[in-house]
Design a protein around this ligand. Structure first.
Ligand code: UD1
Length: 453
């Protein structure tokens, strides 16, 4: 089946009240990305010709988040079949191929599973249902199979007989339906059931009545889990992280304590990367080959060049571009800065809105003062510069190649190439003054204590 013959409807009109949140349910994140984006990413991998998201009223935030995917609004929440009908107008002329129906709150669904469903469609089933066997089936629709093993009907938990409730195979909620039959079948779905809703699941019984084949593709229960509550969200996160850690190990990274490393949906790791315990990757991080990240480092929106060493306790914020073989040590924060090859900033520094040339050494406690309370300014440090400890570089300021800045300097004007710059109060030494000073202070203290008595 050509990918141009794939389309999708993602249902996201649920209120998500159990999240107890001002944020719409599907925008809650797993691995640093809203749940619905995980679902859309799986669909996008199939190169779907159209993908429409059904949202509830007053959910502009969802529409904005899923753009450019179009949205349609389901003003009344009358059931999953009703939600699908809301999208019908967006499918004019799409009458060949497969339409997927997915839920926006199942972030762990994979493109591989959707491809297996396309294969089942290609094998002749008009309707393919994603099935799973949960430990506790209560609440899920049960998949009723005929003697031939083909799917005959889905019965919702509330409407099921005791015998039907004993069935362990459940509806995961994802469907792949023949584009030509989807809407004609959905139009025939009524709401004569315990909940009085238009159940999309009735499509199976209707298809069978028309002599169409329906099939089940089974997946692991974890992959199809829906997230209705914060507890569900935490469980989905744990499942996602477990899988990502395994992938990192399989692809040639050493994770000293895998369970304490947290990845984002888009973390990119090279080979022979070593990651210590308690390292957290926010979104947008690329780590190149041979990098060593020591414990308790937090990286977000950063790129770390080949062979660089980061941490322990380093913080790389968005726009941190760390050069090959650079060293970023403990309690060093880097933001929106490009650090060249071999740069060393090993202790207690803030480097923000800066360019630092190759081979430069940034001494302990150096701060780029990038913000004047109103605007951000850049600090440009050349190659092979030595910045002494506890230096404040008041931006905008440039330090020329090869310069040496003395410890404790507050640099407010540009430093020429190869200059030695010392910008601090001069030291004053008074020879043999310490002893008399001590005697004077001790006498004063004795006088005070006598007065008190
Ligand atoms: C549904 C299935 C059930 C399956 C279960 C898997 C139906 C009738 N039942 O039940 O067989 O085992 O999912 O999780 O489909 N939604 C809308 N508009 C609506 C109703 C629902 O957009 O009017 C969306 C919800 O946001 C949600 C999804 O559809 O993402 C599922 O809806 P929900 O009512 O939670 O269905 P379940 O009772 O879980």
């Amino acid at each position: 089946m050509k990918t141009s013959e794939i389309a999708a409807i993602v249902l996201a009109a649920g209120k998500g009240t159990r999240m107890k949140s001002d944020l719409p349910k599907v925008l809650h994140a797993v691995a640093g990305r809203p749940m619905i984006h995980h679902v859309l990413a799986a669909v996008d991998t199939l190169d779907a010709a159209r993908c429409v998201v059904v949202v509830g009223p007053d959910t502009d935030a969802v529409a904005a988040a899923v753009a450019p995917h179009p949205t349609v609004v389901q003003t009344e929440r009358l059931g999953t079949a009703h939600a699908v009908r809301m999208a019908q107008g967006a499918f004019d002329g799409f009458d060949r191929g497969t339409v997927f129906i997915l839920f926006g709150d199942t972030p762990l669904i994979t493109a591989g599973t959707l491809r297996r469903m396309i294969e089942a469609r290609a094998a002749g089933a008009a309707v393919v249902i994603l099935g799973f066997r949960p430990d506790h089936p209560t609440g899920y629709g049960r998949l009723l199979l005929g003697r031939d093993g083909l799917l005959e009907a889905i019965v919702e938990d509330r409407d099921a007989t005791d015998a039907q409730r004993a069935v362990g195979l459940c509806n995961g909620g994802v469907m792949a339906v023949d584009a030509a039959t989807l809407f004609p079948l959905v139009e025939r779905i009524g709401k004569n059931n315990a909940k009085g809703e238009y159940y999309l699941t009735d499509i199976v019984g209707l298809a069978r009545a028309d002599g169409l084949d329906c099939a089940v593709v089974e997946v692991d229960a974890d992959e199809i889990m829906g997230c209705d509550s914060r507890a569900d969200l935490a469980r989905a996160e744990a499942i996602w992280q477990r899988a990502r850690r395994k992938r990192a190990l399989d692809e040639g990274a050493t994770l000293i304590d895998p369970d304490s490393v947290w990845f984002s949906f888009d973390t990119e790791l090279g080979r022979d990367v070593i990651i210590g315990p308690h390292v957290v990757f926010g979104p947008g991080v690329t780590v190149r080959n041979g990098v060593h990240i020591h414990p308790y480092s937090h990286l977000d929106g950063a790129t770390v060049g080949e062979g660089a060493v980061v941490g322990p306790f380093a913080r790389l914020r968005p726009g941190a571009d760390i050069g090959k073989d650079a060293h970023i040590g403990n309690f060093v924060e880097v933001k929106n800065s490009v650090l060249g090859e071999g740069v060393k900033a090993n202790h207690l520094s803030y480097i923000g809105d800066s360019d630092v040339g190759a081979g430069t050494n940034v001494g302990a406690g150096t701060i780029t003062c990038n913000y004047d309370g109103y605007n951000k300014h850049r600090t440009v440090i050349g190659k092979s510069v030595f910045i002494g400890s506890n230096t404040a570089l008041v931006a905008p300021v440039k330090i020329g190649d090869g310069a040496i800045v003395g410890a404790g300097s507050t640099v407010v004007q540009d430093v020429p190439k190869d200059a030695l710059t010392i910008a601090r109060g001069r030291q004053v030494d008074l020879p043999d003054y310490a002893g008399p000073l001590r005697e004077k202070l001790a006498a004063e203290k004795r006088a005070r204590e006598k007065d008190k008595k």
